[in-house]
Design a protein around this ligand. Sequence first.
Ligand SMILES: Cc1cc2nc3c(=O)[nH]c(=O)nc-3n(C[C@H](O)[C@H](O)[C@H](O)COP(=O)(O)O)c2cc1C
Length: 338
Amino acid sequence: MSIRSERKEEHLKLAQMFFNKENYNSFDQLNLLRPALPETKVDPKILTTSMFQKSVAAPFFINAMTGGSPQSKIINQALGKIANQEKIALALGSASILAKEKEQIDSFAVARAEDPDGVLIVNVNPATPVAAVKAIIQELNADALQIHLNTVQEVAMPEGDRDFHWLNQIKEIRDQVEVPIIIKEVGFGLDQATIHTLKNEGIQYFDIAGSGGTNFAQIENARNPNDVSYLEDIGLPTVVSALMVQKEDVNFIVSGGVRNPLDVLKGLTLGGQYVGISNVFLQEFNEHGEAGLADLIANWKNELAALIAVYGKTSLASLPEIKKYYDLPLKNQIDQLI
Ligand SMILES: Cc1cc2nc3c(=O)[nH]c(=O)nc-3n(C[C@H](O)[C@H](O)[C@H](O)COP(=O)(O)O)c2cc1C
């Protein structure tokens, strides 16, 4: 196995090892006001929405994780099947490996083969050569492209990038690809100034991927002979990052630490068009297989529809109207930053 494939397999093992379903995070400090008499009725059909000009059955999706290794291929095939069955979008893990190891394409293409008409999002790092990015989009018939910004992860890796001049490369990719571009973090959150800069460069979609769930400082620390555990707490919490991106009036995805349908609802009330889930879905797959994850997603749809009715709403568009209030530690951060 190549170094890159091996790294992905290690990430998969460590993401499982460190997974903690009960992790407390910023969603716990965001509260929603609920009418005791909502005068609504549960209707899962209201979850149907559009994403990159295709219809999806829910505003949440499986976010970027796998590709480029043997285990990734097994997982991507299952995720493709589930995305197809449940009619939700799927983002694949970084395909930058294909710039150097073309033979790894199968580990990504299996997902498209299982879900030929669904919303499939591909993912690269910002240093990926434009020609490779274009080939990835074309070969996987991708509906959108995620470019991940992951400085903290890179410095936590002994073999990681040390040059973070990424803007020109992002602009070049922007000029040459035809699908929508989503700029995403990997669990440390996007700040408002970065979103503002990229918005001025014509980027229209952002995936905040804030802290509170998968922690790549922790994962890389376990692979690093040096102790870099001090990096584990420097992320921007998902709720804070969402409130920042909200100010910039752009389309955005809320992700990072989403554990259940209530977190999905909270992400939507923060103004996210969609909510992305990574490790919670991956660990359900690890524990209960393809059928288990498909069931979980079907349940989340029903439970999200039920929650929307409980909170007195009848459409996705009206969810940001739900009154939000914050526990003091989170309110304190918001007051300082926003
Ligand atoms: C095993 C694993 C692999 C990941 N690989 C990628 C990747 O290749 N590209 C990327 O942008 N994000 C990657 N991520 C980050 C996720 O897309 C997401 O931003 C992060 O895990 C936070 O979401 P979560 O708390 O729901 O897991 C990966 C996450 C996990 C758990």
